[in-house]
Design a binder for this molecule. Structure first.
Ligand code: SAH
Length: 201
């Protein structure tokens, strides 16, 4: 996976490549899909949600430019896989998931695997985690309409990096924000970011 899907396709951060090689992706997917865990795509994980393609997890981690001392916020825990990758790259991760069952399963899995620097929260991630802000990195793994949620931008530390897929003009673009400057990096596909009151959890 690392050689074919990542280092050949623009992932150059050695720490990211090492983290992707170390986290056992097969333990984050449903049993019956384990044989497909290392394929070059997303997989279903229940509640109509997905675990992201390995390449996109690596791209987002690389864009955060982590060196080890950061506190990182993830919105959209899903399986907990990306949180596990981030946990190997920074000091601590706070990750928020709106589906209670997914949050519970991800928390249990991360604890079992020994990721003791990840805090999983159940709730609406568009509000961020003001009690733990500021964050040096923020990763949103569901697509926002137009712009990243303003509360997340506010919780970004000076010089911090935020990555978030946004829907604009019929496209889904991965956006990175750093020092108030926006770059769009790639066309992507994620599930929609659902704000707390948009439907029942
Ligand atoms: N990072 C995940 C993939 C996440 S898929 C992994 O590695 O497996 C996107 C997730 O975002 C879904 O689980 C979805 O339920 C969640 N989500 C969508 N809107 C959200 C919100 N407002 N707050 C928290 N989680 C949200």
């Amino acid at each position: 996976m690392v050689r074919r899907q990542l280092s050949g396709r623009g992932i150059t951060d050695e720490r990211v490549l090492a983290a992707m090689a170390e986290v056992p992706r097969e333990l984050f997917v449903p049993d019956e899909l384990r044989w497909r865990a290392y394929r070059d795509g997303a997989l279903r994980i229940g509640e109509g949600q997905t675990i992201s393609q390995p390449w996109i997890v690596a791209v987002m981690a690389q864009l955060l430019e982590l060196t080890g001392g950061e506190r990182v916020l993830e919105v959209g825990t899903g399986s907990g896989y990306a949180a596990a990758v981030l946990a190997r790259l920074c000091e601590e991760v706070v990750t928020i998931e709106r589906h209670e069952s997914l949050a519970r399963e991800a928390a249990a899995r991360l604890t079992e695997l020994g990721y003791d620097n990840v805090e999983v929260r159940h709730g609406d991630g568009t509000a961020g985690a003001p009690d733990r802000a500021p964050f040096q990195g923020i990763s949103v793994t569901a697509t926002a309409a137009g712009e990243p949620p303003p509360a997340l931008v506010e919780q970004l530390d000076d010089g911090g990096r935020l990555v978030c897929p946004v829907a604009r003009g019929g496209r889904e673009l991965l956006l990175r924000l750093r020092d108030g400057v926006e770059d769009t990096v790639a066309d992507v596909r994620f599930v929609p970011l659902v704000a707390g009151d948009e439907d029942r959890m």
